[in-house]
Design a protein around this ligand. Structure first.
Ligand code: PLP
Length: 382
């Protein structure tokens, strides 16, 4: 059940999360069951038959996800890439073209280039922070325009409303990977996008303890196709994973405010540092996408990147020198992480247009005390 008149934080806690009517348990139970007893052959209890098809815990998460993104349909998957694959296979046919931002998550590029392209789809990439470049790159056969903003790892900002208009004029479905921003900071469907995807593994789960992915959209026909893919191909989230994700989502707004404040404090402390060539954070007034980000986001988020003046060697030394920022893939948890994209998250796109410059480090800024995080980064730089 959803209530559109409520604010974001209220919906995050209550939508899809009604107490258990049998016992009054305030937290909806985890339905750890694969199958459901039928009253008679085909006479199901509330439509529940087999967990790959539907499960009450997954349903609770799906209602919550749809509510927070402001979409009619939410579909939850075993991982972000499973969600992306189910969406793309529901939309694409051989001969179609996918146009993708040129610093989207490397795994998204790998999915399309290594799995969908051999099946007959074409793929090209573009700087999606440049509207004219996107206009020129769209083709008559472009069926998907794939955006990620802020982008990964260079924190470029795409103007979702302007690009949705362009994409629609070209007949393309406009998809936004909203993993970095989350629905608390940015609402792509309200800005005109057709579909939002997530790696819920990141901020929505929020505690680095559960993989998951989501597709949220309004179109009933496409939702049915993605729902069929979810059921027929079976990359669903299990009940315990779905439950952990619903729990994480309940504190999303608090966490995102703190992630954003901490990242802003670090970015400001690093600007002009002699060992840095550049700080990439949309909350800085001189970031090229700052004005667009300020217009389409509620806050600037917890991700920031830096380019070390000493190149690859300096970047590698920095990544191994931080203490609170632990060296690991992934992002979006309460704890801070440091990542060397060229050899970690973006190793799969080495040699392509998506290759990340060797001096770049990506920080996932956690919700620890800002002063400790600033100190950790400055000490590692020294
Ligand atoms: N989208 C973004 C922006 C990501 O950072 C990731 C993973 O890092 C994914 C999608 C893929 O998600 P998952 O790892 O849950 O499959």
């Amino acid at each position: 059940m959803t209530n559109d008149s409520h604010g974001f934080s209220t919906r995050a806690i209550h939508d899809g999360q009604a107490f258990d009517p049998t016992t009054g348990a305030v937290i909806p139970p985890v339905y750890l069951t694969t199958t459901f007893v039928q009253k008679a052959i085909g006479d199901l209890r509330n439509g529940y038959e087999y967990t790959r098809g539907t499960n009450p815990t997954r349903d609770a998460l799906q209602v919550q996800l749809a509510s927070l993104e402001g979409g009619r349909h939410g579909l939850s998957f075993a991982s972000g890439l499973a969600a992306e694959d189910a969406l793309l296979r529901s939309v694409l046919k051989p001969g179609d073209h996918v146009l993708m931002g040129n610093d989207v998550y490397g795994g998204t590029h790998r999915l399309v280039s290594r799995i969908h392209v051999p099946w007959g789809v074409t793929l090209s990439t573009v700087d999606a922070s440049d509207i004219d470049a996107v206009r020129q790159a769209l083709r008559p056969e472009t069926s998907v325009l794939w955006l990620e903003t802020p982008s990964n790892p260079l924190m470029r900002i795409s103007d979702i409303a302007a690009l949705a208009e362009l994409g629609h004029a070209a007949g393309a479905l406009v998809v936004v990977d909203n993993t970095f921003a989350t629905p608390y900071l940015q609402q792509p469907l309200a800005l005109g996008a057709d579909v939002v995807v997530h790696s819920t593994t990141k901020y929505l789960g929020g505690h680095s303890d559960v993989l998951g992915g989501a597709v949220v959209l309004n179109d009933d026909e496409l939702a049915e196709k993605v729902g069929f893919m979810q059921f027929a191909a079976g990359a669903v989230s299990g009940p315990l994973d779905a439950w952990l994700t619903t729990r994480g989502i309940k504190t999303l707004s608090l966490r995102m405010d703190r992630h954003s404040q901490n990242a802003q404090a670090i970015a400001e402390a690093l600007v002009g540092h002699p060992k840095l060539e550049r700080v990439y954070y949309p909350g800085l007034a001189d970031h090229p996408g700052h004005d667009i980000a300020a217009r389409q986001m509620r806050g600037f988020g917890g991700m920031l990147s830096i380019a070390l003046a000493g190149g690859a060697d300096a970047a590698r030394r920095f990544a191994e020198a931080t203490v609170l920022f632990q060296l690991a893939e992934s992002l979006g948890g309460v704890e801070s992480l440091v990542n060397y994209p060229a050899e970690m998250t973006h190793a799969s796109v080495r040699g392509t247009e998506l290759e990340v410059p060797a001096g770049v480090i990506r920080l996932s800024v956690g919700i620890e005390d800002a002063a400790d995080l600033v100190d950790d980064v400055l000490t590692a730089l020294a």
